[in-house]
Each structure stands twice: as structure tokens, then as C-alpha cells.
Design a protein around this ligand. Sequence first.
Ligand code: HAM
Length: 417
Amino acid sequence: MSKVKKIKGFADMFPPESDVFTFLENTAREVFSAYGYGELRTPILERTELFCRSIGAETDVVQKEMYTFPDRKGRSLTMRPEATAGVMRSYIEASLHSQEQISKLFTFGPMFRYERPQKGRMRQFHQINCECLGPQEPYADAEIVIMLLMFLKRIGLSDLELQINSLGCRDCRPGYHAALKEFLAALNTDELCEDCRRRMETNPLRVLDCKVPRCKEMTADAPVILDHTCKTCSAHHAAVVSMLDRAGVSYVANPRLVRGLDYYNRTTFEVVCGDIGAQSSVAGGGRYDGLISQLGGPDVAGIGFACGMERLALALEQKAAHESVRPDFLVAVLEEDGLERGMMLAQALRESGLKGEVSFAARSMKSQMRQAGKRNVRKVLLLGGNELVEGTVTIKDMDSGEQATVSMDAAPEAVAQ
Ligand code: HAM
């Protein structure tokens, strides 16, 4: 019989890789709750219209990357390519704005984009996503960036670069579009890729986001948006960076940071990790005032970000993650008549708050030690002939190699040390 294989760009995740994801989620919960965020879970399937109206019809995501199909009644549905649009829809549907002035929501889960799979780029990938809805003030921008960096630091990531830009607002963006169009029109446009030639007219900002090397080269001297922002946007940006300075956050100004989704205005940011290859952006986000009203909701401002969990897993020091889920013990039973006692001992250890396993069959010392090494347990508890006669257990510390024999009752305390 032939085997059924998984879909290209989709992955299974076994321990210890899945332990890393658990560690990321637990740490995110801890850090975000310290800032007043609560967890929201939204569906994976949404109406296609939601993404067209928020992410933007001219973006790569909407044009080329969505998993879209009709349901049995012919309605067009899409597997979410990102979380923000769904969070906005649920915020509007639940009328959250009438219940609280500021809503701080995080969400975890799988996202789907039909991209060319490579290291750090999957068709099903996972995001940790945060949205802060309500405040227009630049302090909200600064706080969310600081929170993101705190989370990244907590999981053990260093050597990161925070890039920041402002995209202006609906008042000043048209002036910038005009300047950009003029610049683009003066180029030998035949040399631009087909997408850029079209986008020059429909959505010139997207040209700055093009990944084609020749397009990047040709637009290297394009006008800079921060030279065209209105007074209010300039003051907003100045306040954000001043707060970041004050908090001791280092950042790099990247005038080409337009992001791949159309809903952004004012602040945009990304965190880049040089060590993980071409797909180096581990997190990205920005402000999206106007998005909620564009989706039929009230005029409420918002700012958020998402981290790619696969990329975080590639980047972070795996040790920190594995340490947090490392088992405390393995009870290795070497004699058949010690199996029941082994079960009871393992249970007592778990009741005392420790985590670990016990062998279900008496096996050789060598095979049990191999299993302990594979599981990366801290301590092995040996139950052999002598121990069974004496009512003791021998505890081997797998890091130091030290060994000590203690009474059964003393085992939980000895393992916990
Ligand atoms: P994004 O930049 O499209 O933004 O995605 C955020 C992060 O998701 C990226 O920085 C990257 O780490 C990860 N990511 C994206 N595509 C893939 C992929 N194919 N494979 C692996 N990882 C990937 C957004 O999605 C916005 N919704 C973020 C946001 C929230 N803005 C405001 N609020």
C-alpha cells in the first residue's frame, strides 16, 4: 500500500521541537499578561472578502499566496494568511469598543500562505500575534515595541536589529505617492519587473517592497517617506523614537520598511535576526489606524505585531527552551519485581511537583541510560536488586555523574535539589 504524505510546505512537529513552541507560547503569555494583554482565539477560516478589504488587493499575500476555495454552498473562504484581519473582525462583531477603551489581545496559531517553501518559510507557519486597539498616542507604539523586545529577550534572543519607519497617514501619503510616482516615471520602467510596472500606477508604495534585485537597485534613491510626512505624523514619529531612546532601545531607521500588507500607517517596525538565513525577519508590525472603520467598525486606532514561531525557533538558543521542559527524572527499574514499586515512586515524585517517567518493563541499565540520555532527564533513579531489598533508591545526577543512595521517602527531596 502506498503511504499518504504530508502537503509541501506543511510540517509535523514532534518533541523536542514542539517543546520549543510550548516554551515560546508560555513565555509570551507571561510577558504579555504583564502588560494587560489577554488571549483571543479566532477561527482559521474566514470569508475571503475580509482579507481583500484589509490586507489589500494589490499585495502579494492577496494576489498570489492565499489558500482560497469555495465551500459547499459556493461561498469563497480563505485560510487566514495572518491574524490581524480576523482579530479586527471579531473585535467589531463583539462590539468590544463599547465595553472598554483599550483592548489588548494576543493570539497564537497557524497561518497559511502559498509561498515557495525554504528555510524559515513555510506554507503553514505559526504566529504569536498582539494587537492593541484604542490608543492613538505614540506611547502605545513605544510600549508594544518594548514589550516585543522584552519577550524576545526573555526567550534568550540577542543580536537582533529593530528597524523602524513611518508610513504617514491618509493626509500626507498622497503627497508622497505623487513624489514616488514622479521618481518611478523617470526610470527606465522596462527594466522593472511586471508587478512593479503595474504597481507604479495602482499602489506605488508596494514597489519599495519588491524583492527582485534589479527593482531594488533601481529604486535605491527613491524619495524617503519621512521627508513627506505631515506635521502630526512627524511629531508622532519623533515621540515614538524619543520614548524608545528614553527606554534605552536601540533601533535602525529603515526608510524602505513599508511592510507587505496595505493596512499600515505611521509607525512600522520589524525585528531582524542575521543568523537564520534569507528569511531573517522574526517579527513585524505597525500601526493601522483606519483599518477597523474600513472593515465596517467604529473609528478606533490600533497597533500590533506578529512573530513567526518557526523563525524564533531557528534563532533562539535552543538550550533555554529545552531547559524549561526538561524532565526531572526517569525511574529505571532493573528487576521484574520492582515494577510496582517503581510506579509508586514515580507517582510520589509527580505528586511532589516533579515531572518524569518510569519504565514499564525491567530492562538493562544500558538501555535505560540510553533512554534517559535521549530524553535529557536530570536524574535517573535506579531500582535494582539491592535497592529493592533495602527499600532504597540510587539517584544518578546526569549532569555531574554523581550518585547517591537514599531511602524511598527521601527521594522527592533528593530529586528536587
Ligand atoms: P508579516 O510581516 O506578514 O505581518 O508576518 C509577521 C511574521 O510572520 C514575519 O516577520 C515572519 O516572522 C512570520 N512569517 C510570515 N510569513 C511566513 C512564512 N511563510 N513562514 C514562516 N514565517 C512567516 C503580519 O502578519 C501582520 N499581521 C503583523 C501585525 C499584527 N501587524 C499588526 N498587527
